[in-house]
Design a protein around this ligand. Structure first.
Ligand code: XMP
Length: 480
């Protein structure tokens, strides 16, 4: 028998030893960290690519808070690309391809377009894209009949204030304010529409100073892809819409088809960051990095909804996996993402202290308002549904998407490696993130570390016993 001498440890097996600290306040520490060498997050938290965790709304909220969301892949490519588009449009002071409408369209069509695109204004153009007018929700609010034409309802071109394509933020803000308008179309020398600046977007910029943004001021977002031949098309469609990161999402990421996929993605899309995973060993990190991965996701069987370890017997306790992988990651300059098993800010801190740069979180965010999971009431309390992406119900949904209809006999062949579960409803995701980041800030002061790099240097773990673990939680009191 080939048996490792080392004992595998996870979060509850250890505590961090308090250190002499020069940090006076939790406000004096820096929580930023690298997602990939080119992208720094203000907070080291990523929402998991699970269909009960990250779709458009979660991805927007995560990026606004300074983290990032990874859109799951269990949907048709066009839908995933559309989600990327929506995240990219959610903020940023220039809308590059504003939604347009023709002047002959009627009110009902305009209303439908606004609802479908979740926007309050349409730019009216002719066949060549010349600006003819603006139609906002205010123009149509009380319009008497659905058959009215856009051209009769819009504010016409001669009454519009416009700006050139390279309009600066301050100048746009001034124009919007001095004319008391909410939308500023950008036009080229031939008066063709090349963009749109809205007052709403400028206000949002001020609301989220820590937001994770790309060079164009748009929120950043990642997408998960698989390893089938059509997953390259999936990646291409999402990158075309502006996806910043592609995550190759495979439970056993230390596999040759995963290395091949990473290699192909880097060759075809050299400007886009690729994250590989999941692995649990230093060799896994080295191999993925050699294939071209810009960061590596670590965690096999550690997730709250995982039964991989029960079904297959494989996995490594998460803290040991992160520590081993981080050693290799630091040598190679490849950031490590701890994925799975984070139940609270203490776990987040321990994963970072063990060498992770960022932490991916699933169930803990599945209970928030922004997750796409269904809401249910049980005994007067609200819960949301979370499910493993290898659970039986997730397999059913995937087969429905792939095949259009379900052949029930195939389900008998499914061997689930995940479960379906309920998590308590937790309100807005920013509140959960506030608690996690507050805990991290406090932890940095206990470590005497001004930032996460210093935490790596200064962290000292101590292994604890079952009595130590008991002592660590509230004990010998009756909780209110
Ligand atoms: P947490 O603990 O944050 O973990 O909920 C989220 C991570 O769990 C992984 N995941 C799975 N692992 N079977 C597994 O073995 C599954 O069905 C499954 N679904 C998700 C994934 O890495 C996720 O980020």
């Amino acid at each position: 028998m080939n048996l490792r001498e080392k004992t595998g440890l996870t979060f509850d097996d250890v505590l961090l030893v308090p250190k002499r600290s020069a940090i006076r306040s939790r406000g004096d520490v820096e929580t930023s960290s690298l997602l990939v060498p080119e992208i720094r997050l203000s907070i080291p938290i990523i929402s998991a690519n699970m269909d009960t965790v990250t779709e458009t709304t979660m991805a927007v909220a995560m990026a606004q808070a300074g983290g990032i969301g990874i859109l799951h892949r269990f949907m048709p490519t066009a839908k995933q690309a559309e989600m990327v588009r929506r995240v990219k449009r959610a903020e940023g002071f220039v809308v590059e391809h504003p939604v347009t409408i023709q002047p002959e369209a009627n009110l009902a069509e305009a209303r439908q377009m606004m609802v479908d695109s979740l926007i309050g204004g349409l730019v009216v153009v002719d066949d060549e894209g010349h600006l003819l007018g603006l139609l906002t929700s205010r123009d149509i609010l009380l319009a008497p009949e659905a058959g009215l034409k856009v051209m009769d309802l819009m504010t016409p071109r001669d009454k519009l204030v416009v700006a050139p394509v390279d309009e600066a933020l301050d100048s746009a803000r001034l124009k919007l304010h001095s004319h008391r308008i909410e939308k500023l179309p950008l036009v080229d020398a031939q008066d063709r529409v090349v963009g749109l600046i809205t007052a709403q977007d400028i206000i949002k910029l001020q609301e989220h100073p820590q937001a994770t943004k790309d060079a164009k001021g748009r929120l950043r977002v990642g997408v998960a892809v698989g390893v089938r031949s059509d997953d390259l098309d999936r990646a291409a469609a999402c990158i075309e819409e502006g996806a910043d990161v592609v995550v190759v999402d495979v439970a056993h990421g230390h596999a040759e088809h995963v290395l091949e996929m990473i290699h192909q993605l880097k060759q075809q899309f050299p400007g886009t960051a690729v994250i590989g995973g999941n692995v649990a060993t230093a060799q896994g990190v080295r191999d993925l990095a050699q294939a071209g991965a810009d960061a590596v996701k670590v965690g096999v069987g550690s997730g709250s909804i995982c039964i991989t370890r029960i079904v297959t017997g494989f996995g490594l306790p998460q803290l040991t996996a992160v520590a081993e992988c981080a050693q290799a990651g630091h040598e190679l300059g490849v950031p490590i993402i701890s994925d799975g098993g984070t139940r609270n800010s203490g776990d987040l801190v321990k994963a970072l202290a063990a060498g992770a740069s960022t932490v991916m979180v699933g169930s803990l965010l599945a209970g928030t308002d922004e997750s796409p999971g269904a809401s249910v009431i049980r005994e007067g309390r609200r819960y949301k549904v979370v499910r493993g992406m290898a659970s039986l119900s997730a397999n059913v949904s995937r087969k429905e998407i792939d095949q259009g209809e379900l052949d029930l006999s195939e389900l008998e062949r499914v061997v689930p490696e995940g479960v379906e579960a309920l998590v308590p409803h937790r309100g807005a995701v920013k509140e959960t993130l506030h608690q996690l980041v507050g805990g991290l800030r406090s932890a940095l002061s206990y470590a005497g570390a001004a930032n996460i790099d210093e935490l790596w240097e200064k962290a000292e773990f101590i292994r604890i016993t079952a009595s130590g673990e008991k002592e660590s939680a509230p004990h010998d009191v009756k909780l209110l």
